[in-house]
Ligand binder design. Sequence first.
Ligand SMILES: NC(=O)c1ccc[n+]([C@@H]2O[C@H](COP(=O)([O-])OP(=O)(O)OC[C@H]3O[C@@H](n4cnc5c(N)ncnc54)[C@H](OP(=O)(O)O)[C@@H]3O)[C@@H](O)[C@H]2O)c1
Length: 333
Amino acid sequence: MKAFVHNGPKGLTGATYTDITVDQRELAPHEVKVKIKAAGLNRRELLVVNRRTENDPAVVMGSDGAGIVEATGADVTHVKAGDEVIINPSLHWHDKTPAPPEEFDILGHPTNGTFAEYIILPAQNVEPKPAYLTWEEAAVLGVAGITGYRALFTRGQLQAGQTVLIPGIGSGVATFVLQMAKAAGARVIVTSRSLAKRERALELGADLAIDTACNWSEALNGEKVDLVIESIGPATINQSLSVLKKGGTLVTFGATTGDDVTFNIRTFFYGHQNILGTTLGSAVEFRELIQFLADHNIRPVLDQVYPLSETMTAIDRLVQSEQFGKIALRVEE
Ligand SMILES: NC(=O)c1ccc[n+]([C@@H]2O[C@H](COP(=O)([O-])OP(=O)(O)OC[C@H]3O[C@@H](n4cnc5c(N)ncnc54)[C@H](OP(=O)(O)O)[C@@H]3O)[C@@H](O)[C@H]2O)c1
C-alpha cells in the first residue's frame, strides 16, 4: 500500500512517500482495521521526525484520519465493517481524568499512524463519523479538535459571556477554538502576524483581531480577558499574561517558538492567575467534541487538501505558517 513513512535519518529528510506491505495479521479482540479515506496534518509531524533516530524502525506517520471500518476484532461492538469512522489519536486514555494515564500515547509514533491506505488500531480509538462532514473535514478533527476542546472546556472551564484570547489564529487548533468558543457564547479576541488571517478570523466570527507584533494591552485599550488559549510559547506568553484578568486562566499546550519561557512571578501571584497545562484529551472528550460540533453545525476550517503523494509539499506549507486552519491529505482518490 502507499504510505508516508519515516525511516531515518532524523528530520524531514528521513520521510518519504513509498510502498509498504499491508499488515495482514489477525486482529486482536479489541482492534479494528480501517481503510483510510483522508488524513490530517499537524505540527506534531515536525516534532516526531526530529525525535526519531536512524536506529528506530520505520513508522507510518500521521495522527489524524477518517475512513471505513474494514474488519473488527471479536470483542468490538460499537462499530462494524462498513461503518464510516473518525480516528481519535489519543491512545489508552478513556475517562475524562485530570491527566492522562501513564500508558497514554499518540498515534503516529512510535505506533504506525494514518498516512497510509490501512491502519490497525484499538476500537476505542474510532468513533462514528457524522454524515454532515466530508471525509477531509472528518479527517482533520483528531489532534486539533480534541486538544482545543479539552483546553477550552475541561481545563479552561469557559462560560458564556466570558472573553477568550487566542494568539496565532492561523493555527489548526486555534481555528477550532475560535469556532467552539463563539458557539459557547464567548467574546473572542485573536492575534495573527498576517493581515489576511486576521480578516479570515473576523469572517469566522472573531470579535476583534490584532497584530501579534503590536502591543496587545494598547490594542485592547486596557481590556482584560478571562481565558487565554496559548500555544505559541516564548514569543507570546508575556503579552498573553499582560492582558489576562486577575484570577484569569491561561491554558497552554504548545511550544511552537521554544520550550523555555520567562515571566514575572510576582505579577503572576499578585494577580491570582492560573497557568494550566493540557495535551490532547480522553475518548470521552473526543465523543463530546464530535457531539458539540454536530450540535452547533461546526465544520472544521480546511486550508488545503493535498493527495498523500504530496505530503512533503503539505508539510512545507505548515513549516512556512502559510495555512489558515487545517491541512488535509486525500489518501484514496
Ligand atoms: N500538546 C498537545 O496535545 C498539542 C496538540 C496540538 C498542538 N500542539 C502544539 O500546539 C501548537 C499549535 O499547533 P497547530 O498544529 O495548530 O500549529 P500550526 O497549525 O502549525 O499553527 C501554528 C501558528 O502559530 C503561530 N506562530 C508560529 N510561529 C510564530 C512566531 N514566531 N511568532 C508568533 N506566532 C507564531 C502562527 O500563527 P499566525 O500565522 O496566525 O501568526 C501559526 O499559524 C504547536 O506547537 C503544536 O505542536 C500541542
